[in-house]
Write a protein that binds this ligand. Structure first.
Ligand code: HMG
Ligand code: MG
Length: 306
């Protein structure tokens, strides 16, 4: 086990993973304010939206309008892109960072991408090639790394096989997703080690936890101990996946910031501004934030929203 890292990059997914599952339709100008406030709070990366099929994720159907509102600064925010059609839309708007998202399991590949496990690569391969040729940076996600609601436990070799194949298409980073939040710390340690044994270094990996079983923060700590330095999180703990049974909120950015600060690890985020942003967003959504830290530091906002 290595010493804890001195510095960590928080990859904020609230506007994308957080809002993709919301019942209420969030107005585009509120989304733009959300992104801007997260940037102002010091988050170095804010994934803004998805260029997926609008019928599959209606909540993010306004991706182009959001980018217009954000103007030039919007182009530096990563966006999800599943296929060449999504890439065309992203290229038209001058986006500079995209993220593809694969599945470690057959059932979730079908549910989320309408493709088999093998077919997903045929969709991603030309998407990544064309994105790289156009000078874009590509992140790859792999979902269901710690368990799948339909298939149960997912063998580590299967996760490493799919993840490595996605990364090798030309990604700069591979984010390992606990889509339904069932993983535990020992699994994190084992999975990071397995990717290491397959030739991937910890700075090529990110960890993406959902908090369904309350394990996200413990899992993040295990990731830190394993030497990972990029963690995905969602302001206020918003989040979920419309195509994964039992996926709830992501690891709350505030909870992660509290842990990192306590451990003396640099993260560059202003917690007060972030909490104010999540409390404001909770008011917009009409319900309290699921983040323990937001509730502790902003109890009034949590009550008025609830
Ligand atoms: P499909 O229906 O198989 O698409 O959907 P298709 O290729 O057969 O095309 C059908 C029609 O859709 C065509 O139009 C295409 O042009 C159009 P037609 O010719 O019939 O008029 N189309 C599109 N339109 C706009 N934008 C596009 C697009 N693609 C096709 N990009 C597809 C396949 C992948 C598109 C669909 O399944 C989809 O959009 N899935 C996205 C699901 C999603 O966004 N899930 C949530 C994100 S993943 C996640 O949350 C997990 C993560 O957080 C990590 C973790 O937690 O594990 C990342
Ligand atoms: Mg997710």
């Amino acid at each position: 086990m290595s010493a804890l890292p001195e510095q960590v990059t928080i990859y904020e997914v609230g506007p994308r993973d957080g809002l993709q599952n919301e019942k209420a339709l969030v107005p585009t100008d509120v989304k733009a304010q959300f992104v801007r406030r997260l940037v102002a709070a010091g988050l170095p990366v804010v994934e803004a939206t998805s260029f997926v099929h609008p019928k599959w994720v209606p909540q993010l159907a306004d991706a182009a309008e959001l980018m217009e509102l954000l103007g030039d600064e919007g182009r530096d925010h990563p966006v999800l892109v599943p296929n060449e059609r999504g890439l065309d839309r992203a290229l038209e708007l001058g986006m500079r960072h995209i993220a593809i998202f694969g599945s470690a399991t057959e059932t979730f590949a079908q549910a989320n991408l309408n493709r088999s496990l093998d077919e997903q690569f045929a969709m991603f391969e030309p998407t990544v090639r064309r994105a790289r040729d156009a000078g874009l940076d590509v992140r790859a996600y792999v979902s269901m790394c710690f368990g799948d609601p339909w298939e149960g436990a997912v063998p580590v070799e299967q996760v490493v096989g799919v993840g490595k194949r996605l990364f090798d298409l030309g990604a700069s980073q591979l984010s390992l997703g606990d889509t339904i939040g069932v993983g535990t710390a020992n699994q994190v340690t084992a999975l990071v080690a397995a990717f290491g044994a397959a030739g991937m270094s910890t700075d090529q990996l990110a960890l993406h936890f959902h908090d369904t079983y309350g394990q996200a923060l413990a899992n993040a700590h295990a990731g830190l101990q394993a030497g990972v330095t990029t963690f995905d999180a969602s302001a206020g703990g918003l989040g979920g996946c419309p195509y994964a049974k039992s996926a709830t909120g992501n690891l709350a950015t505030e909870d992660l910031v509290w842990l990192l600060t306590g451990l003396g690890i640099e993260h560059g985020v202003d917690l007060d501004q972030l909490v104010a942003t999540s409390a404001w967003m909770a008011e917009q959504l009409g319900r309290p934030s699921p983040s323990a830290v937001v509730r502790a530091l902003s109890p009034g906002a949590a009550e008025s929203a609830g």
